[in-house]
Write a protein that binds this ligand. Structure first.
Ligand code: FAD
Length: 462
């Protein structure tokens, strides 16, 4: 009832993109052109790659093509809780690349410093608030996980504070929260569309040629160059960076290691000062909980609450977000919101949307190389790429250029995540997993065994 009422006037469109100051699209590519570097995909990875490439070598001719509009994919749709980690959090980095951890920690710090420097130099205002990340334990059974996270972060020198239930609810009042970990440095929240549009402006000012509504159809190898055929034109390029993330466009084999799942988000109307008093949240951190089927939440500049976390899978991972406008999953998400904040029973939601997550067995960015090194795919952030996309672009370009940097010798840059079964097994597996995640806690049995099996395939679910 409460959820139905709160969703009565919702618009199925990303709040972030619903702005009158959205920039006009750049003209599509029509006819033939040439470039030193072609970037495919106008999300964060593609935009960062364009800026990094131009800043490193201003004379380089860089063309970026985007199938629809800049930031129409994941980059215009996230929770946009920003972290220093480039590998989906410290825990995941240790899980997947224990040998590379010192290097990854240093690269994460350098990445966020470069990120901030670009915002500053190009005067990109994206409502960034650097108030840290709060990882909250929902239920007492998740407290051991939180303690482990604390010890791990402290061991690696992170500025973290462990809080009990009372202290946590003093930060953000929810009856579900039994404790939390506050990582204070170099993390927070921002407005992702304003970031993407600011990066687009910066890229254009550096001389990058951007063509929107220019879908790549095919790439053919012509020896020392490749030719990329688009809907209405062709680009002959010496190098190509595929920044197509969950869409996995650019080579048929990318999809073998990348599955597109969708995650859903709700946005409330702005809270009144009195409603803000009911929840506290004066330090305005970005918040994740410790569960696998997690919820995440944050405030916007005008004090709306963004509440996310309800995965969905559609057969074949189609790109059209209109498929995901059925109310049922959003109702489940709204019910989770009211369990988290029962004191906000008078709030309504204005926007609901989903976005494509590029899931891999590593849960983090990786690199695939094609056409004898002339084409590199950088993607697979698994829902954790707002700042890591700058790192993905940087390493992707370094691999394309044949650079000899020490990090390129590390496993994370040299190896690839596991293969994910194709359709129809992918669909059956994804749907079974999502059902098991929803019901494992209350019903147990085969569900836990299934989640363990999925964990053995590489996805850390239990
Ligand atoms: C719901 C949701 C919540 C998230 N929350 C967070 C968060 O809180 N914190 C965090 O760090 N990360 C979060 N993420 C992840 C983050 O948004 C992504 O990792 C990041 O935006 C990836 O950027 P990208 O440029 O690689 O991919 P995208 O932004 O998806 O860009 C890929 C682009 O390629 C284009 N493209 C595809 N095919 C073609 C083609 N054939 N020709 C030309 N162009 C093509 C697409 O149109 C798209 O614009 C979230 C993601 C989602 C979906």
């Amino acid at each position: 009832m409460l959820a139905d009422r709160a969703l009565a006037n919702v618009t199925f469109y990303p709040f972030w993109l619903d702005r009158p100051d959205a920039p006009a699209p750049q003209a599509p590519l029509v006819g033939r052109t040439e470039a030193d570097l072609l970037i495919v995909g106008g999300g964060f990875t593609g935009l960062w790659a364009a800026i990094l490439a131009k800043e490193a070598e201003p004379s380089k001719d860089v063309v970026l093509i985007e199938a629809e509009n800049i930031a129409c994919g994941a980059s215009g749709r996230p929770g946009a809780i920003v972290s220093t980690s480039v590998m989906h959090g410290l825990h995941n980095a240790v899980r997947v690349f224990p040998e590379d951890i010192a290097m990854l920690e240093a690269l994460g710090q350098a990445n966020i410093a470069g990120f901030l420097d670009t915002l500053d130099r190009h005067a990109i205002d994206c409502d960034a608030e650097w108030n840290g990340e709060l990882t909250v334990a929902v239920g007492k059974e998740n407290l051991p996980t939180l303690n482990e996270e604390y010890e791990l972060h402290a061991r690696h020198g992170h500025d973290v504070v462990l809080m009990n239930a009372e202290e946590t609810r003093g930060q953000l009042a929810s009856p579900l929260f039994e404790g939390s970990l506050w990582a204070k440095k170099n993390s927070g929240t921002l407005h992702p569309a304003r970031l993407a549009w600011g990066l687009k402006r910066a890229a254009l000012s550096l001389g990058v040629r951007i063509h929107e509504h220019t879908p790549l159809r095919d790439i053919s190898d012509e020896g020392s160059t490749v030719v990329a055929a688009t809907r209405d034109g062709k680009v002959r390029a010496r190098k190509v960076l595929l920044a197509t993330n969950a869409f996995a466009a650019g080579h048929d084999h990318i999809k073998r290691r990348v599955a597109m799942v969708r995650d859903r988000i709700l946005m409330t109307e702005p809270l009144t000062p009195e409603q803000m008093d009911r929840i506290g949240w004066r330090n305005r951190q970005g918040v994740y909980d410790t569960r696998t089927q997690l919820n995440y939440m944050r405030l916007t500049k005008d004090n709306r609450i963004l509440f996310g976390g309800r995965l969905g899978y559609f057969y074949g991972g189609p790109r059209d977000p209109r498929l995901d406008r059925t109310p049922a999953p959003y109702k489940r998400l709204a019910e989770a919101f009211f369990r988290t904040f029962p004191q906000l029973d008078d709030i309504g939601f204005t926007h609901a949307w989903s976005g494509p997550i590029a899931l891999t067995t590593r849960m983090a960015v990786h690199f695939q190389t094609y056409h004898r090194g002339k084409v590199v795919y950088a993607g697979g952030y698994s829902g954790f790429g707002v700042s890591a996309s700058r790192f993905g672009a940087d390493i992707g370009l370094a691999k394309l250029n044949g650079a000899t940097r020490p990090e390129l010798e590390c496993d994370f840059a040299r190896t690839m995540p596991g293969i994910i079964p194709p359709e129809p097994f992918r669909y059956i597996g994804a749907r079974t997993t999502m059902y098991a995640l929803d019901t494992a806690d209350s019903k147990g049995g085969w569900r836990n065994l299934w989640l363990k099996f999925v964990g053995k395939l590489g996805f850390p679910l239990s």
